[in-house]
Structure formats: C-alpha cells, structure tokens
Design a protein around this ligand. Structure first.
Ligand SMILES: Cc1cc2nc3c(=O)[nH]c(=O)nc-3n(C[C@H](O)[C@H](O)[C@H](O)COP(=O)(O)O)c2cc1C
Length: 255
C-alpha cells in the first residue's frame, strides 16, 4: 500500500553535503508555512524559527554546533525554537498571569516545534531540497541564544541545514516494525531478536567502517561494532549537562 506522500517519506535521508545554489526566500516561506499546518497543542503554536543565510553567522554556528562542515556549506541554517513569548504577551495583553514554570509547558512547546519542523521537512523534501537536523545547536545553547538574539521564553530545540543535495542518497534502515509497533499492550517479547537483527542490518550498511569491539563478558573475543554498541555508548555518558540551567534562564522552569 502506498501513496505519493508515503513514497516521498521513504526517500528521506539526512544530507551533509550541499551545492552552493541558494534557496530562494519564497521557497523558505512556503516550507515554513506548510510546517504551520501541523497540529499544535490547543492551537497555541508555541514555536518560531530563525533562518540564517549570512555566511559569517553560519560559520560561527558551525563552530558552536560541534564544528560540522555542512553548516558552513549549506546555504541556509534554520534554528527551530520552542517559543512561548507570544503566549506570554497574550497574558500581558489580557491581564493574566503566565505560568511558564512547568515541565508540561516546556514539553508542549518542544512537541509543537518538533511537529512544525518535521512537517516543514516533508514540504522541503517534496521540492527536491535536502536537510539535516542539528542537535549540536544544544552544545553551546547560551552562545546560540546570544548570536541569534533569542529573547526570554525562546529556546532553540534543533538546528537544520537546508539546501540542494550534493550527495548520493543514503537511506538508513530503521528498526524492525514489530520492535516499535505494539497492539493493545506494550510487549518486549521480541525485543532482543529485533535488536540483534537491526544491529546486523546496520553493520551491513558499512556505516561503522568494520570497527571491532570486545564481546561483553567474553575476554579476548572481538565482534563488529554495530548499532547496539553505538547507541549504548551514546546514552551511557552525561550529555549537555548545562542544558537545564540555560532552559531555566530562558524562562522555562522545569518543575
Ligand atoms: C533532533 C535531531 C538532531 C540531529 N542532530 C544531528 C547533528 O547535529 N548532526 C548530524 O550530522 N545529524 C544529526 N541528526 C541526524 C540523525 O543522525 C539522522 O536523522 C539519523 O542518523 C537517521 O539518518 P537519516 O536521517 O539519514 O535517515 C539529528 C537528527 C535529529 C532528529
């Protein structure tokens, strides 16, 4: 079963090499306006996006976001933000007390911006553009906030490079469907089989360059570095521990 939309979705791959051709401003407006059509909690639209085309700013953003070369190269960088500044203003105008100090309100804004940016992504890809999310925007969030003049109640959630792909399509396989789709109750019965199958699938893509790692619990034995080791390493060390403080400074208390 398929549709043109589903076919488009299946063509997605993150682009990390771009042509120098610019993305016309009108096209950016079309893409972001399409993103706005996504559902949004209580129609509050708790988001905003800063589009950066100036080379000097993109160079600085590249430094701040983990020195990723495609941020310098792509004609456009988009900073997607959770933004409650407008509802804060609505409270002032209507003489209500804005309660920004809740985890719930931050989560609502983070979900809203995720839906905005992914819907915009689908629109962009349907026009032949390529993109890559930049979680590196949270490496040095205070510097990004200063650079882009983000006011209180605006927190960058993800960056994005956008432009015309200069790379071969590289479609990354996903987990087997039965690992993530459960019917009626969550069920982990097939979890290990799914994880090992996927580990093998990812090794076979060649993405990990045939690296070897010790087999846990079997001294002297080696096996291929795969998705399991890659993912376990990523979540077994503290990451961006400064984030809570910056989020709170922007006006979102995580109580
Ligand atoms: C929120 C988010 C942040 C990401 N940050 C980065 C990043 O900083 N640099 C990068 O090269 N890719 C980044 N990615 C891209 C993922 O690595 C990529 O989506 C994933 O490996 C799956 O590959 P695919 O998009 O090609 O299917 C990010 C993706 C998401 C959703």
């Amino acid at each position: 079963m398929t549709t043109p939309t589903i076919e488009q979705i299946y063509k997605h791959y993150s682009v990390r090499s771009y042509k120098t051709d610019p993305v016309p401003r009108e096209m950016v407006e079309t893409i972001v306006a399409a993103g706005q059509r996504a559902s949004t909690s209580s129609n509050m639209q708790l988001y905003s996006v800063v589009a950066v085309s100036e080379q000097a700013t993109r160079d600085r953003l590249a430094e701040l976001c983990g020195d990723q070369a495609h941020i310098r190269q792509a004609p456009l960088f988009l900073a997607w933000c959770a933004d409650v500044s407008m509802v804060h203003r609505a409270c002032e105008l209507r003489q209500h007390q804005h309660v920004a100090s809740s985890m719930e309100n931050f989560l609502v804004a983070a979900v809203d911006v995720a839906l905005l940016m992914q819907t915009a992504t689908l629109a962009a890809e349907s026009l032949g553009l390529g993109m890559c999310y930049i979680g590196g925007i949270r490496n040095n969030p205070q510097e990004v906030i200063d650079l882009l003049h983000l006011p209180k109640y605006v927190m960058p959630i993800s960056g994005m490079t956008l432009g015309w792909p200069d790379a071969e399509p590289n479609i990354r396989p996903r987990l087997p469907l039965d690992a993530i789709l459960h019917w009626e109750k969550h069920d982990t019965a097939h979890e290990d089989r799914a994880l090992h199958t996927y580990d093998r699938t990812m090794v076979e893509t060649g993405i990990y360059d045939g690296r070897q790692v010790p087999v846990p619990g079997k001294e002297g034995e080696m096996e291929e570095y795969g998705w399991l080791e890659h993912t376990a390493r990523r979540v077994s060390r503290p990451n961006r521990v400064h984030l809570r403080k910056v989020i709170e400074n922007q006006g979102f208390a995580l109580e």
